[in-house]
Design a protein around this ligand. Structure first.
Ligand code: SF4
Length: 153
């Protein structure tokens, strides 16, 4: 899956990989294959609460070096972000989290528009749709995101 956000940009941002609760829709949900390859028994990566800061961090976030310790096999949801698979009623959308600083700053650019067009095409492929059907917990209901395109589910 192609990425639009440069890796260096993400490393400077302390928004991702942290969650307000140990379990929430924003936590990283795993496909069955990812559960096996990462050795996680649950469908969501644990994000235990740090007793000092009170924040919840993905167990794979190396907070000292501000890097993902499984970056090269990070889950589908991490590769997809700032895009998300969002349910609204009976419809499932490809959505964008404009709270991501990069998405917020670049949403109106031609580069982002071109990227979105190619991502929508990828999300409509039978392989992509089958992955969602096989792993329905990848579809969550997110508040405050921008729905971009309905998916054929
Ligand atoms: S797996 Fe890596 S990229 Fe995904 S939330 Fe955890 S630390 Fe972040």
């Amino acid at each position: 899956m192609k990425q639009i956000i440069p890796e260096g940009y993400c490393l400077q941002c302390k928004g991702c990989c942290r969650f307000s609760r140990e379990r929430s829709e924003w936590g990283v949900h795993l496909t069955l294959d990812e559960q096996q390859s990462l050795g996680i028994r649950d469908t969501v990566i644990p994000s235990p609460k740090d007793p000092v800061s009170g924040a919840c961090f993905c167990v794979f976030l190396d907070t000292r070096q501000e890097r993902c310790s499984v970056y090269y096999k990070r889950p589908f949801e991490c590769r997809l972000y700032p895009f998300l698979i969002n349910r609204r009623g009976e419809t499932v959308f490809l959505a964008l989290d404009t709270n991501c600083p990069y998405a917020h700053e670049h949403y109106e650019t031609q580069a982002m528009r071109d990227f979105i067009a190619s991502l929508v095409a990828e999300c409509e492929t039978p392989d992509f749709i089958q992955r969602l059907k096989n792993n329905p917990w990848l579809i969550q209901q997110y508040d405050g995101v921008l729905n971009i395109a309905p998916l054929p589910l």
